[in-house]
Design a protein around this ligand. Structure first.
Ligand SMILES: N[C@@H](CCC(=O)N[C@@H](CS)C(=O)NCC(=O)O)C(=O)O
Length: 208
């Protein structure tokens, strides 16, 4: 039995919920993290010394890091259409997952945690402004990639590449305090992802 530990409103948990929905998997879920059970609890730290959510338990296996969990679930289910076995085809998927992890984390801290939620220490005006500018520039990168090679990020079909990126695209369109220039391929991509029921349940719901 799979058990997902982490609050359902957390960015990194929602990506895993989306994939669980895509795969149609049964799972148990426990609300840990800000506003719920404290991840400083020794029982949680025994599973994840970093104290972050999500954590996934699968029998004796205990996993952390949302993108690792996405890859694990796809491989566990033999979902080669989401994460191909061929190394080159897999790289075409994983490059976008890493890109989000490396290139979107800082802009999201500035523009979202600082600018939208007003949380310290990210609400310093220069950091908020930088985050908004970088996020806008990275959405333009996605728009160009989709215009050339879409309609999905790794080409003709939905893959794991679309889960982290799809989330940041959703949040880009859900934020109030940003100036958005028209990006036609990105808007078409957001509309395409919105046709997927798990995307609407876990990502494009009432939460940004
Ligand atoms: N790189 C980690 C980041 C995990 C992370 O920072 N999770 C946030 C929620 S999105 C967290 O644990 N926040 C503390 C809390 O909710 O108590 C991942 O991808 O899973």
């Amino acid at each position: 039995m799979l058990t997902l530990l982490g609050r359902r409103n957390a960015y990194n948990v929602r990506k895993v919920l989306w994939l669980l929905g895509e795969l149609g998997l049964e799972f148990a879920q426990e609300d840990w993290g800000r506003g719920h059970r404290d991840t400083a609890d020794p029982a949680f730290r025994a599973l994840n010394p970093l104290g972050t959510v999500p954590v996934l338990r699968d029998g004796q296996a205990v996993l952390r890091e949302s993108h690792v969990i996405l890859r694990y679930l796809a491989r566990r289910e033999g979902a080669d259409h989401l994460l191909p076995r061929d190394p080159a085809a897999a790289a075409a998927v994983e490059q976008w997952m890493d890109w989000v992890a490396y290139e979107m984390t800082q802009p999201m801290r500035g523009a979202y945690l600082g600018g939208e939620l007003g949380l310290e220490p990210w609400n310093n005006p220069w950091f908020v402004d930088l985050g908004r500018r970088e996020w806008a520039a990275r959405m333009a990168v996605l728009d160009e990639a989709l215009a050339i090679g879409g309609p999905y990020l790794a080409g003709p079909a939905f893959t794991l590449a679309d889960i982290p990126a799809g989330f940041v695209v959703h949040r880009w369109y859900a934020m109030k305090g940003v100036n958005r220039t028209p990006l036609p391929a990105l808007e078409a991509y957001y509309a395409l992802l919105s046709e997927r029921p798990p995307f609407r349940t876990h990502i494009r719901n009432r939460l940004p």
